[in-house]
Design a protein around this ligand. Structure first.
Ligand SMILES: CC(=O)N[C@H]1[C@@H](OP(=O)(O)OP(=O)(O)OC[C@H]2O[C@@H](n3ccc(=O)[nH]c3=O)[C@H](O)[C@@H]2O)O[C@H](CO)[C@@H](O)[C@@H]1O[C@H](C)C(=O)N[C@@H](C)C(=O)N[C@H](CCC(=O)O)C(=O)O
Ligand SMILES: Nc1ncnc2c1ncn2[C@@H]1O[C@H](COP(=O)(O)OP(=O)(O)OP(=O)(O)O)[C@@H](O)[C@H]1O
Ligand SMILES: N[C@H](CCC[C@H](N)C(=O)O)C(=O)O
Ligand SMILES: [Mg+2]
Length: 495
């Protein structure tokens, strides 16, 4: 595509240099430039992409998008806002692929990944070709890719959507993080439907206040449904959790048709008669499409919420309740979410991804409900992330646990001991006895100790890392998988 043609996606631009320059790719990271690419210079929060333009040119970039003319010998498309331009130009370059897919975005503090897996399974079982995008991985056709982040940068997103179109994808189910919404990664993307899981504290390092965090999530819904067509195929849906106060705001923001789900409040898709055991969850579904009993292998009341959001979305797509039930009942586990580590031991070991106060409250209240012995928790808090959630996570964990091992969870560039010290005031707040916890920065040692000390019927919850296979220390990702470490410790104890 010629630079001139690409520039037509924006009204106010200025081309400095040859407008007929051929662009064969589009990229915002100088480290990924290939010859012929257009390099987008994005002023970031940590560095300014304009400083990397010489490196991009050295690697073969044929033109730049800049916010000011740089003294460099390549054509430049000068724009007002490079981040906005990145979203608009990449959509144009890849031919607006989100319009060719039925894209269902899922946002909320907890439950996004789980919900994407549930809904994707239901749709796949119906014979649809599905795409998936989120924290654990991206799926395009039958190929799986590792993800750097939960929601990709706009240029990568558009490229991924185009690849999904090329393999005949009908539905793409994706997690939409608050960072992505705030940073405009999903600007101009056409969503078919949006699902809201819940809102509780996280990421205040970035959003600063809960109001700003909620407003970021709201962006997904304010963009839905703007333009009725009368054609039921084009109809857009906002699927909202009736038991979460933020839903009322999102309902006001959206023009999409609202479907509500929940447990406590009256709503369109509701679960009653809920039973929770260590082996699964059963409930009666009462919905606008009828009533039915569900028996899922997924553990925890929070997974009933995740199921309800997915059921509502699937019903909106015209899938029968019976088919939805069959799919949901077939799912054994979502990678790293309440995953059992079973080596035949007489205590239960669960690996879970709870890494917020609310996530921990949900995971631990579930464990409390079925634990016959003590509840022992191993957890930590991520470095370079919301510090104010640390004592809150300590408090919640202490409230539900008989014994605690406070340890490291991706300290990143922070001092691991200092992170642990930020958690301790939360334990003191509920007068947690000093004899009931240990601070062990080495996560492997903490897991080993928890396993060595477990008695029959005890439950050990290893929280925070779930599917992760690394421990990030000073920017270096060291191999670390809670499930493998726990497995080895259980076996070690048996010998
Ligand atoms: C707060 C945040 O999300 N920041 C993201 C944002 O950073 P930024 O705008 O500050 O960019 P920057 O790092 O200053 O770089 C500016 C520009 O220079 C470019 N650059 C930079 C270095 C270089 O050598 N060459 C180069 O070209 C960069 O590609 C970028 O275009 O844009 C960058 C490029 O896309 C991202 O790498 C970066 O993610 C950071 C690393 C991050 O950790 N993000 C996390 C918090 C995040 O996004 N998490 C959510 C999930 C959260 C959840 O819901 O749990 C997610 O969607 O993953
Ligand atoms: N609906 C829910 N409500 C509250 N807690 C939940 C819910 N679903 C899952 N959780 C808890 O949160 C943890 C993370 O779940 P999941 O990975 O599905 O969330 P996520 O929103 O994708 O998280 P992230 O923002 O890190 O991508 C789970 O391991 C579980 O402990
Ligand atoms: N999406 C979340 C994941 C946190 C997972 C936890 N293991 C941590 O590193 O804090 C984040 O980037 O904040
Ligand atoms: Mg996720």
């Amino acid at each position: 595509m010629k630079l001139q043609e690409l520039a037509s996606a924006l009204l106010i631009t200025h081309i400095h240099g040859n407008a007929d320059t051929e662009i064969t790719g589009i990229e915002a990271d100088s480290r990924k430039i290939k010859p012929g690419d257009l390099f987008l210079c994005i002023p970031g929060l940590t560095v300014d992409g304009h400083d990397y333009a010489p490196k991009a040119i050295a690697l073969g970039a044929s033109a730049l998008v800049t916010e000011r003319v740089l003294d460099l010998a390549v054509p430049q498309l000068v724009v007002k806002d490079a981040r906005y331009a990145m979203a608009a130009l990449s959509a144009h370059f890849y031919g607006y692929p989100s319009k060719e897919l039925k894209l269902i975005g899922i946002t909320g503090t907890n439950g996004k990944t789980t919900s994407t897996y549930l809904l994707e399974q239901i749709l796949r079982d119906q014979g649809f070709t599905t795409g998936l995008m989120g924290t654990i991985q991206m799926k395009i056709g039958d190929a799986y890719f590792e993800m750097e982040r939960t929601t990709q940068e706009s240029v990568d997103l558009q490229r991924s959507f185009r690849s999904m179109c090329e393999v005949g994808t009908d539905y793409c189910i994706m997690e939409v993080s608050s960072h992505a919404l705030e940073l405009g990664r999903v600007k101009g993307i056409h969503f078919h439907s949006g699902i809201f899981t819940n809102l509780s504290q996280d990421h205040l390092d970035y959003h600063k206040t809960m109001e700003a965090y909620a407003a970021a999530k709201g962006l997904l819904f304010s963009r839905l449904g703007n333009g009725f067509s009368g054609n039921s195929k084009d109809r857009q849906y906002a699927i909202l959790n009736a038991d979460d106060a933020a839903s009322a705001t999102f309902e006001r923001l959206t023009s999409a048709q609202v479907i509500t789900y929940g447990i406590e409040q009256p709503c369109d898709v509701r679960a009653t008669d809920i039973r929770i055991t260590a082996k699964g969850t059963a409930f009666k579904l009462v919905s606008f499409a009828g009533e039915m009993f569900f028996r899922m292998k997924l553990v925890g009341k929070f997974n009933v919420y995740n199921a309800l959001g997915s059921i509502a979305a699937a019903l909106a797509e015209g899938i029968s309740l019976e088919a939805i039930r069959e799919s949901l009942e077939s799912i054994a586990v979502v990678d790293g979410r309440m995953e059992v580590v079973d080596e035949g031991q007489d205590y239960l070991v669960l690996v879970d991804y709870a890494h917020t106060p609310d996530g921990l409250e949900n995971a631990l209240s579930t464990v409390r409900e079925f634990a016959e012995g003590k509840v022992i928790t191993v957890f930590g808090c991520g470095g370079d992330r919301d510090r104010t959630k640390r004592p809150m996570m300590g408090k919640v964990t202490a409230s539900y646990s008989d014994y605690l091992y406070v340890t490291s969870d991706n300290p990143r560039t922070e001092n691991p001991d200092a992170i642990l010290q930020d958690i301790v005031p939360g334990l003191a707040e509920v007068n947690y006895p000093e004899n009931n916890y240990e601070l062990i920065p080495d996560r492997k040692k903490a897991i080993q100790k928890a396993i060595d000390g477990a008695g029959p019927k005890d439950v050990i919850l290893i929280a925070g890392k779930g599917h992760e296979t690394y421990q990030d220390i000073m920017g270096v990702k060291h191999d670390f998988d809670d499930r493998l470490v726990a497995k080895a410790a259980i076996k070690g104890r048996m010998q």
